[in-house]
Design a protein around this ligand. Sequence first.
Ligand SMILES: Cc1cc2nc3c(=O)[nH]c(=O)nc-3n(C[C@H](O)[C@H](O)[C@H](O)COP(=O)(O)OP(=O)(O)OC[C@H]3O[C@@H](n4cnc5c(N)ncnc54)[C@H](O)[C@@H]3O)c2cc1C
Length: 475
Amino acid sequence: MGRDFVYVILGGGVAAGYAALEFTKKGVARGELCVVSDEPVAPYERPALSKGFLLPEGPARLPGFHTCVGANEEKLTPNWYKEHGIELMLGTRVISADTRRKTLLTATGETITYKYLIIATGAQALKLEEIGINGSKAENVCYLRDLADATKLVNMMRMCTGVNAIVVGGGYIGMECAASLVMNKINVTIVFPGSYCMGRLFSSKIARYYEDFYESKGVNFIKGTSLSSFVFNSEGKVTGANLKDGRYLHADMVVVGIGARPNTSLFEGQLTFENKGIKVNSRLQTSNTSVYAVGDVASFPVKLFGDTRRLEHVDAARKTAKHAVHAIMEPKTVSDIDYLPFFYSRVFSLSWQFYGDNVGEVVHFGDFSGTKFGAYWVNNKRLVGCFLEGGGNDEYVAIANAIRLKPVVLDLGELERAGLDFVMAVTRNPPVSPTGYGVVLKKPVNVWYAAYGIGVAASVAAFAYWYAKYVVNRI
Ligand SMILES: Cc1cc2nc3c(=O)[nH]c(=O)nc-3n(C[C@H](O)[C@H](O)[C@H](O)COP(=O)(O)OP(=O)(O)OC[C@H]3O[C@@H](n4cnc5c(N)ncnc54)[C@H](O)[C@@H]3O)c2cc1C
C-alpha cells in the first residue's frame, strides 16, 4: 500500500503546523501536501500544555490552541487541513525512513513517498530510567511533552488536591509545572542537582528572585542533590523518594522534567548530524537536498553568533518551519536564515523574555525587590544577550532590536546604571546597517575608550547621543 505526495511534513507539532500554513501561503496545490503525525490531534501550540492547559479555572483546551494562534495567525483545525486539500494523517507513526528512495514506512505498513520531506519530529522527554531510576510507568508519575501527558497530569492534580508532589528537575518544565501544581493547591518540593533553578539560562541572581517568589507561594526547594530511587506501595504507586544526600521525601505524585532528546533516530546513518540534531544549512536543508529539518531536531546556522545551534524553543520551531517552506517553494528568492534566539516563560504573575546569548559577563539592572528587572550579557565588549522580567511590549522589541545590532559596550558600570534605557536609546537611534547586522565603533575600541572613556556615558542622554553619532554598522 503506498501514498505519493510532493511535500511531506513528518511530525505533528509546532513546526509542522507553521510549515503547513506557510505552504498554503506559498500556493501549494490541493493533494500535494501531507502531514504525518503520531499524535491523535492536529498540530497545536505545545507551550500551552504547561501553562493554560494546567490552570484550575478556565483551562485552555483544544481546539483553542491549535497552531498557529501563538503567532496571531490562523487556527488550523482539522477542518482547515481538509479545506486546503492537505492530507492530515493523524495517529500514524513512521517507523523507518529511506532518504535515498524518498520513502517513509508507517507502523501500519503504509509507504509514503515524497519529492520534498520536512522533518519536524521534535523531541521526547528524557525518562528517569535513562538516569538509572525506575518508576516512569507508575500511575502517579507524570511527564509533560504531549497532550496525553498533560491530560494525565491534570487528572492527577484533580485527585491530589492538598497532598504532596515532588517535581524532579529545576528547568523549564519543572518550574512551570511547579507553579501549576501550586495553583492547583498541591504542596510542592522541587529537587534538582544544581545550585539554582534554570541554570542553563538564568544567572544565580535572577534565579534567586524566582526561587524566593516560589517559596513565598509555599514551594520547597531541595538543591544540590537528586533522586536515587522511588519507594512504591503494593499497587505500584510511588509513595516517596530517596535522595542521594540520604533524605527521604513523602510523595503522592511526581512530575519529572529532566530534559529532552531530539527524535532523530529514523535518520541516523542517512543524514549529517551536529549538536545531537540534524545538521542543516541556512535554508534548513539537510545533507540530502530533498530533505529539510526544522524545529527541535534541526541544528541550524545562527548567523548573528557565527555558529550552529539546536534550539528547543517554540519561536525557533515556528521560524525555521516557515523558512524551510520558503526555501522549498521559492528557492530563488529565499535568503539565508538570520535568527535571533528568543525564549520566554510565564509562571504565576511573572513573565520574562530572553533574547540572544547568555555568554560573557552578566550585568544586572532594575529593581530586584520589585517587579521589573533584568540582565545583560556582554561578550568581548559586545552586548549579546538580554533577559527582562515584567517588561512591556516596546521594551521587548527594543531588546530584540539592540541584540541584533550587538553594540559595543565599553563600560559595564554605565550599562548597569542605564539599564533598559540602553536598549531604548539604541532603538530610538538605530544605526543604518549596510549589511543587516552587527555594530562596531568607527575607531578601535581602545581609541574610543581613551578619548571618551566612562564620561561618554555619564548620563543616559549623553549615552544615546554618543551611540547615535558614533556607532556604525558592520559585519
Ligand atoms: C510542556 C512544554 C512547554 C513548553 N513551553 C515553552 C515555552 O514556554 N517557550 C518556548 O520557547 N518553548 C517551550 N517549549 C518548547 C517548544 O514547545 C518546542 O520547542 C516546540 O514544540 C518544538 O516544535 P517541533 O515541531 O520541533 O516539535 P514538537 O512540537 O515536539 O512536535 C513534534 C511532533 O512530531 C511527532 N513525531 C515524532 N516522531 C514521529 C514519528 N516517528 N512519526 C510520526 N510523528 C512523529 C510528535 O508526536 C509531535 O507531534 C515547551 C515544550 C513543552 C513540552
